[in-house]
Design a protein around this ligand. Structure first.
Ligand code: ARG
Length: 600
């Protein structure tokens, strides 16, 4: 049983690190205990060793002058000594010195078996060490403009990140910081009242609302009188004039209906705390900053200079209005002081990196943000480009509508599933012996299309731009959601064919035991789950989880080629491993937003 919680999973890396440290200190008792920590890397393509460490090289270089290693002259000799040191622990089976002083580490078979058996019985509970309250600011589209692919990316990454943090046991606040309070509302309201005086009874649809935006912008840029009047509308809105507020509400509501459709399709849960949410406290925030003595006047604007940054934070514009910087300062204070969040994460494209750097520094100057007790991080990401690597546009040059993207992915997935089913029937592929009803086809296509888009996004190194390419997303042989989903179907079909009715009973009655090198290999991979998730949330790199899931599926496919599962003397233990894989896959799917298909 773990100290962290009852029946939680354990971090294998932590156990190895501590066992390895003991081993190094046993080999060299004169080393100062606190002078080193073991660094570990996992190895995924070696059947005998699961981890390796370069730490001996570091220790050697650090202490060679102090004569701590006797007559051992090189890091390789030191590594060999560590490898051959007898040590009684139940985690490591074998250590081998390889070139340059690296050490390869093999997990103990019995340890692997015990951990898999515990997982089967206890389920997947994450060993959370320190509970935090985490604010995840994601999606955050702008009112009156349709969501674009950048918002799609923020939405997909944010939802997955929230799911992972929640799975780890963190308290997560999912925040939609929508742009609902900018100066754009002045011209929007102005134009709305001019063009749609009857808007209360005759509501424009979003398409028109977006046109409204474009037209208003055009007028604003070319017509001085319109511009002046629009600026007056901003002031009126901020003074909560009832007519303006009413028009503003209508505009927000129309946009909201549109992006809620996307959230529903993508299965995203998020709560709106838009820019307007902070309106009531903007005055006092500015006063507070002034009282702190960090505000300067700059040609009528109020700014906060941040060390090392050319551009300052501007909390009051020349015309006296507030802006994006002001609301983000107010949001920072609210999230840290009022909501008591320990960690604040912001998901936008990398283009806003500077903005957030200023806000984080500003919050620090105000004393709200006090690292390391609080942490503010920008989880920036690259652009989504068209398949040709250029700006993502439709053939006619318009911006691409998100709903259209989802629809097309679904349509393509449907064609692919139909083709696969046909091939199955012709016996080209494995046959699962099940038939889908028309509704099941629909559901499968929707799930696969959406999953393909999400997974393709999540598996990227988030900082890089990527090309939106349906063929690559839906490739059944690559590192795609489609490949993963088919692996899962195949796995379920094996479990189904085993004829076991109740796996709960089966799990309680039987124990997993390693009978084949590839079982060991697959099982060891499963046991990395905790460490992978930990590094995902430490480094904000969801792609590592994707690689992990893909690797499991590749290893199952390898295992199928190496041994029989059904009708074998080892069937029972192999079924247990299948069940453990199923559990880890299903949980991982949820974390990356894949809704699995059960049969095809
Ligand atoms: N609405 C902004 C945009 O579309 C993103 C907001 C991100 N969150 C924040 N707290 N600034 O660019």
């Amino acid at each position: 049983m773990d100290q962290i919680g009852v029946n939680t999973l354990r971090s294998v890396q932590k156990l190895i690190k501590s066992a390895m440290k003991t081993r190094v200190l046993t080999a060299f008792p004169n080393l100062p205990q606190n002078s080193f920590e073991i660094q570990l890397e996992s190895i995924s393509n070696n059947l005998n060793f699961e981890y390796k460490t370069p730490t001996v090289i570091r220790i050697f270089n650090q202490f060679k002058k102090q004569n701590l290693f006797g007559d051992l002259k090189t890091e390789v000799e030191v590594a060999q000594k560590v490898a051959s040191t007898e040590c009684q622990d139940n985690v490591i089976q074998k250590v081998e010195a390889i070139d340059k002083g690296f050490l390869n580490i093999q997990l103990n078979d019995k340890f692997i078996e015990e951990e898999i058996n515990a997982l089967l019985v206890n389920g997947l509970k994450f060993p959370l060490e320190k509970k935090q309250k985490v604010a995840v600011d994601f999606s955050s589209p702008n009112i009156a403009k349709e969501m674009h692919v950048g918002h799609l990316r923020s939405t997909i990454l944010g939802e997955s990140l929230c799911r992972i943090l929640e799975f780890q046991g963190q308290e997560v606040v999912r925040i939609n910081h929508i742009g609902d309070w900018g100066t754009q509302f002045g011209m929007l309201i102005n134009h709305l009242l001019e063009e749609y005086p009857d808007y209360q009874t005759n509501r424009p649809a979003l398409k028109e609302l977006e046109d409204l935006y474009k037209e208003a912008k055009k007028k604003f840029d070319s017509n001085e009188e319109f511009k002046v009047k629009s600026q007056q509308f901003v002031v009126k809105l901020q003074a909560l004039d009832p007519i303006c507020i009413d028009a503003w509400k209508m505009i927000c509501e129309l946009s909201r209906q549109e992006y809620n459709k996307i959230y529903q399709r993508l299965n995203v849960k998020i709560t709106e705390y838009g820019e307007s949410y902070y309106n009531p406290i903007l005055n006092e925030i500015v006063k507070e900053c002034e009282a702190k003595g960090i505000v300067e006047l700059d040609q009528g604007a109020k700014i906060i200079r941040v060390k090392g940054e050319k551009v300052p934070l501007m909390i009051v514009k020349k015309d006296g209005g507030y802006n994006y910087d002001t609301t983000d300062m107010a949001a920072a204070k609210t999230r840290i002081l009022e909501w008591k969040c320990d960690r604040l994460l912001y998901l936008t494209d990398v283009g806003q990196w500077n903005h957030f750097k200023l806000v984080f520094e500003g919050a620090k100057l105000m004393g709200w943000h006090q690292p390391p007790n609080t942490s503010m991080e920008h989880m920036g990401f690259g652009l989504v480009l068209g398949p040709d690597g250029k700006k993502f546009k439709t053939r006619s040059g318009d911006t691409v509508k998100l709903i259209d993207l989802l629809d097309e992915a679904k349509e393509r997935a449907l064609k692919q599933i139909q083709q696969r089913v046909q091939e199955n029937q012709q016996g080209k592929e494995f046959s699962t012996g099940t038939a889908l009803s028309p509704e099941e086809f629909e559901t499968a296509a929707e799930r696969m299309g959406i999953a393909a888009i999400k997974y393709y996004d999540l598996k990227q190194n988030r900082i890089s731009d990527y090309n939106f390419d349906y063929d690559k997303m839906l490739d059944p042989k690559g590192n795609t959601a489609v490949y993963l989903m088919y692996s899962y179907v195949r796995m379920l079909s094996i479990l189904r064919k085993s004829g076991i009715q109740d796996f709960e009973v089966f799990k309680a009655d039987h124990k997993f035991k390693i009978t084949h090198q590839h079982e060991r290999h697959l099982a060891a991979q499963l046991l990395r789950f905790v460490d992978v998730l930990q590094s995902v949330t430490d480094q904000l790199a969801i792609n590592w989880l994707c690689d992990y899931i893909y690797d499991i599926c590749v290893k199952i496919a390898e295992a199928y080629n190496q041994y029989r599962i059904l009708n074998d003397e080892h069937t029972q233990t192999r079924l247990l491993l299948c069940e453990a894989v199923r559990m880890v896959l299903l949980q991982s799917f949820y974390l990356v937003g894949i809704e699995p298909i059960e049969k095809i």
